[in-house]
Write a protein that binds this ligand. Sequence first.
Ligand code: PHE
Length: 336
Amino acid sequence: MIEKIKQIEQEAQTEIATVQTLDHLELFRVKYIARKGLVPTLFDSLKTLESSIRPEMGKHLNDLRNKVQKLFDDKKEALEKNLHSEKESIDLTLPGRKRWIGTKHPITQTLDEIKRIFFKMGFEVAEGPEIEDDYHNFEALNFPPDHPARDMQDTFFVSDKILLRTHTSPVQIRVMEKQKPPVRVIMPGRVYRNEAISSRSYCLFHQVEGLYVDTRVTFSELKGTLVAFAKQFYGSNIKFRFRPSFFPFTEPSAEMDITCFLCKGSGCRVCKQTGWLEILGCGMVHPNVLKNVNYDPDKYSGYAFGMGIERIAMLMYGIDDIRILYQNDLRFLKQF
Ligand code: PHE
């Protein structure tokens, strides 16, 4: 028996040294200490001994039990302490973690800059619905029914009279329906056109519309405002020109060009060798439009303009395919 006790003590000592985890420690406990373990089993066999040596052996066994228990307790304490300190240890020498902060989409950045300039000139922002009715998108803007002017816009129809707006001009109508002059607003938003998708055109894009209506608003104020905008946005040394154009809701109508800021006017691929870039459409609000919103055209006059944001952003940032603006490709977006 004494041999057996020594042997178990030895074994337990060697084994405890190899224990590295609490799971492993549990196996140790089951093997030696638990009810069916080696030590209690040995206690059970005390009964089979002669009564004369029982007390003596009992003492040895108690010793063994205490030693094994202590091996277990010490190991348990050590492992738990370790676990704890692993969780709490902070390595102050590690480099900090970089936080990735998103950047604004190039369309938003361009729009923000346009807004900033018009805010300084006293314009406010208004918005309208992207799902419009025929009345606001066409009729109130002086597009007569069945007039070929409607063919200028390739429209997505939701139903007979409901459509995805093809421009931001219907917001002009919505603002004037709600508000009496003076009105001085810019109206940014998404517009939709059913066009063949290519590197130059997409089924949706963004516009910023502008509208100023008051007594005695003149075409020269329109020019002055747009030139002031263009110089702040594109740089004070650009040249500009206004060409006559046509829109049903403005009369007279014009388009504004600026010197191509890529070739500085000498002619390149982007300006198609003309040296000029068309940046917006504009004109004096048509009297019929004023009538449609119950403004007296003899008392009030106004100007309106509209520009496409994608085109401007693409020129500014040298982006050659409009579709990449809508693909949410982080490799592209991270550059802004
Ligand atoms: N709505 C016109 C377009 O989409 C632009 C425009 C707006 C022209 C306001 C004149 C006045 O092309």
